[in-house]
Ligand binder design. Sequence first.
Ligand SMILES: [Zn+2]
Length: 153
Amino acid sequence: MSGELYLTDSEKMAVARAEAEKGAAEGGIPIGAALFAADGTLLGAGRNRRVQDDDAAMHAETNAFHNAGRQRSYRDTVMVTTLSPCWYCSGLVRQFGIGRVVVGDDQSFLGGQEWLAENGVEVTVLNDPGLIAMMGEFIHTHPRLWNEDIGED
Ligand SMILES: [Zn+2]
């Protein structure tokens, strides 16, 4: 993968989707994300690890951010996530000044993406039918785990 560039939103989302599918295969919550440099270089990919690592802090976006290591600036980076970023992950985007967010599905869950857009982050929503179906199926079959992940009692 050295030197490989992910130029389109669709190519970038395929990386996040593959992470979500890995998470599902591990028995986890099927949400994936990836952070890219402006030229399309993949900096880091990750997935929700609540179940796998017993770690509520590792959402897909935070795991991708973690795996990207230290970056000098996030202004020109793109966070691609299969599901609308929750408030926690939206806060990460604001804190580190990530310039652009690409959302695969905002129908299954709506987090802080409108707040991000109001604050100068470029937000693109794909609403990919396959991703919406994957998340909808998970929420339907694992309601307690889903509510735990989004902090609903
Ligand atoms: Zn989150």
